[in-house]
Design a protein around this ligand. Sequence first.
Ligand code: PEP
Ligand code: MG
Length: 900
Amino acid sequence: MKFIYYFGDGQADGAVHQKDLLGGKGANLAEMTRLGIPVPPGFTLTTKVCTYYMNNGEFPSQLKNQLMKSLLRIEAAMDQQFDSASNPLLVSVRSGARKSMPGMMETVLNVGLTSKTLPGLIQQSGDERFVYDSYRRLITMYSDVVMEKTLGLKSKGGKGIREKLELILEDYKSTHNYTIDADLTAEDLKIISDRYKNCVKDILGQDFPDDATTQLWGAITAVFKSWNGKRAQAYRRIENIPNDWGTAVNVQTMVFGNMGNDSATGVAFTRNPATGENQFYGEWLINAQGEDVVAGIRTPNPLNQYSTTSESLNLPSLEKVNPKIYSVLDTVKTRLEVHYHDMQDLEFTIQKGRLWMLQTRTGKRNGAAAIRIAMDMMNEGLISEDEALLRISPENIDEIMHDTVDPNAEKSGLLLGTGLPAGPGGATGQIVFTAEDAEDWKKQGKRVILVRNETSPEDVHGMHVASGILTAKGGMTSHAALVARGWGKCCIVGCSVLTIDSKNKSLHINGTILNEGDWVTLNGSLGNIYKGELSLKKPDLEQNKYFNKLMIVADQKKELGIRTNADSPEDAMQGRKFGAEGIGLCRTEHMFFEPERISPMREMILANNQISRRKAVMKLLPFQRDDFYGILKAMAPHPVTIRLLDPPLHEFLPHTEEQIEKLSDEMDIQKSEIKSRITALQESNPMLGHRGCRLGIMYPEITEMQSRAIFEATAKLVKEGEFPLPEVMIPLVGSAPELENQKRVVNQLAKEVMQNEGINFEYLVGTMIELPRACITADKIAEHAQFFSFGTNDLTQTTFGFSRDDMGSFMPQYIDSQIIKNDPFQSIDQSGVGELVKLGVQKGRSSNSKLKIGICGEHGGDPESIAFFNNVGLDYVSCSPFRVPIARLAAAQATIKSNL
Ligand code: PEP
Ligand code: MG
């Protein structure tokens, strides 16, 4: 079996479609090489090697031989030899999973430096200082990653080896009165390297290996093993990356950005990842190695004029310093974008004036940028409409619907300082200084802002729960910025006026001291940090032309109608603004809780004969008529599905002694009588008790009142020249006779109102399908229905037998132990509940070909469920107003995917 794939010198064994085998990084290095882009030669050990190693505790027997052969190919391409005394080749060893897991696994650089190869490299580079600097970096990385973390060698005296080595460096610098690393001479670094090696031997009890091949295998093993490291596992859980994917490992010729002032390293995006603007954007550092830009230790220089920020205003851009290389890089950028048809994230190194590309991958972007890039690329003809629609995830839309700081509050807010706007939007919360505290506080229901000097992959769990992230160091491509952008989180980095006193859990910023728990507000779009809790504002999507274009394209493509669930004219308007084509569910019970309505409602429930019940119920008529008038008007001429009263009646009854007393006064009846009626109404299983259509069947006056209110409101609107379209929906029907019974009442009322008002109006009568029996007998029910609306909340409840209200005690455990994959109340259980939906659709249409069918349970806003409903052939889905745009996109994507 082929375990190793070579790339270099314009030739590559692999290609971009082999990400599963080569990981994202390896596949893209191969692809860039094929495109003739200068990539340092190297090879990729496949993900199969990783899974083999995880399962067997050893590498496949053929691996060694394949590795030696691949090494020979690199040596030939570079005209250098690994482990050579005169002309040594050094390599980097890096992870590369199918899906990018930034910084979650290990890397070892400068592998191959030994007492044998050091002199050769000094001669080759002509720079002894650089060589010893690289050497001491290798010792640090190797002893930490390979010896301590992977071999599990225990460090004596508590602290880890990396920290001990850092101390040696700091000690050395202070005894020599040096302030920065650049003050260290070659001789100093030589001494420090010796001290490092002694320290490793002393602390870990083993020599730092002075053999290039041992180093290479040590590094490869360590990187493979880091797939199962703590932080990689945590990240996989959050990002839903399967454990059995494994990582690939890339072994690649080292090129050095720290070989003097004609060397540099940088990170760039082919378009601005924060806004999506079609401008080359990036950062670079002169005379720096590898991760220096991403680690955020130095403020990076801007790549070009466009990339300049307030922090890098006076720093030289690559465009100015070296226009020739910049122009080569710019050509590579265009070549890559045209080839990949997507925004790319690039890493490059300039070694002694020569440009090398180290990485290209799909650039992470926030929601706003994702939408703009897709729409722009569609207009530029780089991608088709379908591709553009598939590029944008429902989360991207969710993100741009996120809050921003209210501009009015911002004007009066106390500005503490500014940093780089790494993740847009607004966030407010209480400050905490560690990822652990962020998690703890969040668990207590608090909103937190995680404040760090810089973030590292160890912080991801805290970053994930934080409302916003603020760091003192780092640039727009620092770890914090990348991770936050990926999650669409508000984030400010590189706030250089911020210092953190982690011991006292406080921060200083421009003369202000804030302690843990104090409130701050971040404007991640501008990089502004404010004291206190400022109000946040919902975004104005109407102003976003890219979003609007996206919605137009999505609507042209989608087949499903999108409605909204709304119980008030305000919600109806909101849903309509977001593109809802009607109301799929108006729950009338929410209308009965206002103070002037609850009393007649209670009076009705407590009535013990029909006459007094009818009297009480009629008091509710004017309120209901007004409700329906407002909602029907807000949505006209689109349809409004109004569900008749559904919940068990005792939900409306008084619970406290005080409420009972008040009611007894108002109704002038004994408290004891109220109490005995409450007791009589108690049910052991209210969800399966006297609710849904059973209410209207037992108390037809409720159905009569609600129908009258609906139709009188309709008549009034028709007279006013509107085109209202009410759809009366009977809840929780399990058999055709139930629907027949209620339909008779509704039709009778419609007739009466039409006669009284002297006009005709359109209306429909239909039912919810939310019981398994309703699905099974859907053909019979459909004979009496003009529409079905699947109530998948109750249908899930009654199919699984999981109580909607009580499943919290076991569902998390069920999901954790994979008894169930997802919460079935969030994403439809396709193989169980979904089969019943299919059956209901098929049987319903078999007896009534004109039957209109929708779904109004929570699943109507879940993209995966929407795809399912699309494929089952529903006419529409209905969801909360803020999920309508997501549903529009998800419906379009479902159509495209079903035609693929
Ligand atoms: C349902 O059961 O899916 C539904 C929409 O009704 P409710 O959630 O109000 O029971
Ligand atoms: Mg229901």
